[in-house]
Design a protein around this ligand. Structure first.
Ligand SMILES: NC(=O)c1ccc[n+]([C@@H]2O[C@H](COP(=O)([O-])OP(=O)(O)OC[C@H]3O[C@@H](n4cnc5c(N)ncnc54)[C@H](O)[C@@H]3O)[C@@H](O)[C@H]2O)c1
Length: 342
């Protein structure tokens, strides 16, 4: 299939591009590089430096690349910043996505895959989280994702758009061959922060809350490997052929892993001790979040290749140890196809 990967220069999108290539599809990437990396896009893949809200430019790309399905990863993703600067999030994540959707429909593309999040559930009443539990986001970031989910439902009913919205838990790890990985600035994710603390790039790791009602007192989260996430996005393709299809799936391993367990896994992978400084809990951090992903397993035949934290951290360490500066010092990727830049 010809697939436009919006946000394909970012962490998860760039991994999905490689999985699409491996599965025999033809991805093209649209990204404005606000947070992404040109070097993360696989060589030979068409790259369009375009803002997702630029409807005319997006429509031109969709037509030029003969796109059949849009995968939408582009968003601002910093929960704390969404609280202090909500308009930034509403405009990019909600309004920008509505503009992308209008361009998509105008170009006659009727299949859409959306990166949603477990943050749409807010603080869940029960665990593990299933897709049918109430969604009550506790920050603007989660709300923007829920807004898009609701818009997608309306477009499915009105225009026959077929879509799958995947609610990710904590994306983690890197490509198995170590070619691409996670490089966010600023970085807020625990595994890369712990790796930086282990290697001395950061003086210590700040641990927010050691007094939660969990076995070791630290938060429990559900880490799912970025390539496992990507494979679910591709497994859903056959289901989207039917017009008006509406699909929601949680994507996680279902295994709660504590912050302390992540720290131990990083110490094991790197062979180095991490200096940990305990800080008070952060507002809005639930004690535990983990998924029931049995719906994706049942309906998509999805299964995870990386079920435990040691295996996930090992791939992250492979990337970080070979690329301590992330994409910072990469040479530009060779691109045999002309870039379309606007
Ligand atoms: N990383 C996680 O653990 C996680 C968890 C749940 C959901 N998600 C969702 O998955 C998606 C991808 O996350 P990620 O970690 O890869 O983020 P990322 O920041 O690495 O990638 C996002 C990409 O989108 C691009 N982008 C942002 N705004 C754009 C715009 N207006 N026009 C064009 N491109 C734009 C950025 O340049 C970047 O390349 C996001 O939608 C995020 O909300 C991520």
């Amino acid at each position: 299939m010809n697939v436009l990967v919006v946000g394909g220069a970012g962490y998860i999108g760039s991994h999905c591009v490689r999985q699409l290539l491996a599965a025999g599809h033809r991805p093209a990437v649209l990204d404005n590089l606000v947070y992404g990396h040109r070097a993360a896009v696989a060589p030979g893949v068409a790259f369009h430096e375009v803002n997702l809200g630029d409807e005319a430019a997006v429509e031109r790309v969709l037509r030029a690349e003969r796109i059949e399905l849009v995968m939408h990863f582009a968003a601002y993703c910093y929960v704390g910043e969404s609280v202090t600067d909500p308009l930034k999030y509403y405009f990019n994540n909600s309004v920008g996505t509505l503009q992308l959707l209008r361009a998509t429909l105008n170009a006659g593309v009727k299949q859409f895959v959306f990166s949603s999040t477990c943050a749409t559930y807010g603080a869940p009443a029960a665990l593990p989280i299933t897709e049918t539990m109430p969604q009550a986001p506790i920050n603007p970031y989660g709300q923007t994702k829920l807004d898009v989910e609701n818009a997608l439902k309306a477009l499915a009913a009105a225009h026959g758009l077929s879509f799958a919205a995947f609610r990710y838990f904590n994306a983690a790890g890197a490509a198995e061959d170590g070619a691409i990985g996670e490089d966010h600035t600023p970085e807020t994710h625990l595994i890369p922060l712990a790796i930086d603390a282990a290697t001395g790039r950061r003086p210590h790791l700040e641990l927010f809350g050691a007094d939660y009602p969990t076995p070791d007192g630290t938060c429990l989260r559900d880490y799912v490997h970025v390539d496992d996430l990507s494979r679910a996005h591709i497994a859903v393709f056959p289901k989207l052929a039917k017009p008006g299809t509406v699909l929601f799936y949680n994507l996680g391993t279902g295994r709660p892993t504590s912050n302390c367990e992540v720290i131990r896994a990083v110490e094991k992978a790197t062979g180095r001790k991490i200096k940990v400084i305990e800080s008070p809990r952060r507002a809005g951090d639930p004690a535990a979040l983990y998924a029931d992903s049995s719906k994706a397993q049942r309906e998509l035949g999805w299964s995870v290749k990386f079920p435990d934290i040691d295996a996930i951290v090992a791939t992250a360490w492979k990337w970080h140890s070979a690329h301590p500066d992330g994409y910072g010092k990469f040479p530009p990727a060779a691109d045999p196809q002309p870039n379309i830049r606007r």
